[in-house]
Structures are given as structure tokens and as C-alpha cells.
Ligand binder design. Structure first.
Ligand code: FPP
Length: 250
């Protein structure tokens, strides 16, 4: 089956709905530049970014994507000004409150990845509430990376595995790729088939280092707040026209 929205030529991508990636990861970059271009403070860029996240989550769900993992706050983002960090945390509070209110209507299943321990306690509580209120929803699995870093996640996973070896629960020669995958924050979630990074930057910035081993990358020049449904469809269309060989040959 093909998806073809013929209302606008830009939106004219023949997406094969039987081959939509199960899991898309997004580095939502460019909020600050978007705000600067408009003479606004950075927080306004992040606010527009949160609105875009809402729009793109709905579109992904509509296209049949099962998992969407978004990089909202990295372990390195604490280095930003106190004002900017506080602004993002305030937005996060609002985002969580709004989703707690409407979670029965929009069917998303929300899950946070990253180390929550450095987040304020009220935020940690709201996260737990939203995760438990949405756990039986059946729509898009929305994984929000907060205080997340790929190296930090691998470090935490390594410690979990070492503790199991120390306690005798696991032998070191039994450790395989599954042991590692299942010790990560993304345990049980298939690896992303597609990663999208906006704003023209060409790097992965410590995101999902283990999980992106065979992921297809799409780099968009659009700043995240400007990224729209047709950009998502274009990225999926481009993914569908890639030749994925996983190191083998056809
Ligand atoms: C990168 O843009 C974006 C971030 C570090 C934060 C992403 C946050 C959001 C999309 C909104 C908040 C999310 C939730 C779930 C409430 P940048 O600031 O690095 O942009 P720049 O490179 O142009 O400066």
C-alpha cells in the first residue's frame, strides 16, 4: 500500500505504508537558532520545539510508526546557562502536565530514557505518573530522552552486568549482545531503523550509541521548530529507497 498525499507537490511522497520504520529516532536540533532568527529568547525556540514534537508524534502515529525516540535533554545540556536549563525544565513540567491531563484521549505510551536522578523530584514524580497512566495505551510508544547520554547509558548498563557477575547470577562468558541490549534503557525496544537530525549538523552527539549500529541517517537542514509532517514523510520516503545490507551483500 502506498501513501500519497496529492494536495501539495512538496508533500507528494509515495510512502509504502507496509514498510514504515517501526522505530524512528530524532535529534531535535536548532531551537536556539530558530529563536535567534526571530529576535526571541532561546526558551521560545524550545517552546516552539515542544509544539513541533507534538505535531510530529501525531503524524508518526498516523503513519503507523511504533516507537519514536526523541533527544530532549542530554547529559551535556547541563552546561547551558542556568536560565536556559530552567526554561527547558519548565517546558518539560508543562508538557508532562498536559499529557497527564489528556493521556486517555491520545493513546501515546510515554517512556523516559536516561538517568532521572539529576532531575528535580517533582519532575521525576510527573514522569512516573505519566508512564503509569499511559502504560496500557496501544498507540505510539514515545520515548523521551532526558538527562540521557549514550556513554552514560552504556556505563550504567556495564555496572548492572558487573553486579550480576559479582553476585554469581551471570557468568562472564555468558555475556552476549543481548545481555548488553537488555541492560540498556531501551531494553526490549527494537533498534531504530531511521535517525533524523535537524538543523544541518552532521553528528550523533552521544545519542543511542549502541542502538544506531545499522540505522539509516537523514540530516535535514530545517531547524527543528520548522520541521513538519511533510519533512517526516520525505525522510521516510528517502529511507524506503535506501539499500540496507547490514554488512552483507545482495
Ligand atoms: C537543541 O536545540 C534542542 C534541545 C537541547 C532541547 C530540545 C527540547 C525540546 C524540543 C523542547 C522540550 C521538550 C520537551 C519534551 C518538553 P539547540 O538549543 O541546541 O539549538 P541551537 O543549536 O540552534 O542552539
Amino acid at each position: 500500500m502506498f501513501f500519497n498525499n496529492s494536495n501539495s507537490s512538496k508533500d507528494d511522497f509515495d510512502i509504502d505504508l507496509n514498510n514504515v520504520p517501526q522505530h524512528i529516532a530524532i535529534i531535535m536540533d536548532g531551537n536556539g537558532r530558530w529563536a535567534k532568527k526571530r529576535g526571541l529568547i532561546r526558551k521560545m525556540g524550545h517552546k516552539a520545539g515542544a509544539d513541533t514534537l507534538e505535531k510530529i508524534s501525531r503524524c508518526a502515529q498516523g503513519l503507523g510508526v511504533k516507537h519514536l525516540t526523541v533527544y530532549a535533554f542530554s547529559t551535556e545540556n547541563w552546561k547551558r546557562s542556568d536560565e536556559e536549563v530552567a526554561g527547558i525544565m519548565d517546558l518539560l513540567r508543562k508538557y508532562l502536565d498536559e499529557h497527564i491531563k489528556k493521556c486517555k484521549n491520545d493513546n501515546f505510551k510515554v517512556n523516559m530514557i536516561g538517568d532521572p536522578s539529576r532531575l528535580d523530584e517533582d519532575i521525576q514524580e510527573k514522569i512516573k505518573t505519566l508512564e503509569s497512566l499511559t502504560e496500557n495505551n496501544t498507540g505510539l510508544f514515545l520515548h523521551i530522552a532526558l538527562n540521557y547520554g549514550g556513554r552514560d547509558e552504556l556505563l550504567r548498563a556495564t555496572k548492572k552486568i558487573a553486579q550480576k557477575v559479582e553476585s554469581g547470577e551471570l557468568k562472564s562468558d555468558e555475556i552476549d549482545e543481548d545481555t548488553i541490549s537488555l541492560s540498556l534503557d531501551t531494553a526490549g525496544v527494537p533498534d531504530p531503523e531511521l535517525l533524523i537530525r535537524t538543523s544541518g549538523e552532521l553528528r550523533i552527539s552521544n545519542f543511542l550509541l549502541w542502538q544506531l549500529a545499522y540505522t539509516e541517517f537523514i540530516f535535514s537542514d530545517k531547524l527543528w521548530p520548522d520541521f513538519d509532517e511533510s519533512d517526516l514523510k520525505e525522510a521516510i520516503f528517502s529511507y524506503q529507497n535506501r539499500d540496507r545490507r547490514f554488512g552483507g551483500r545482495k
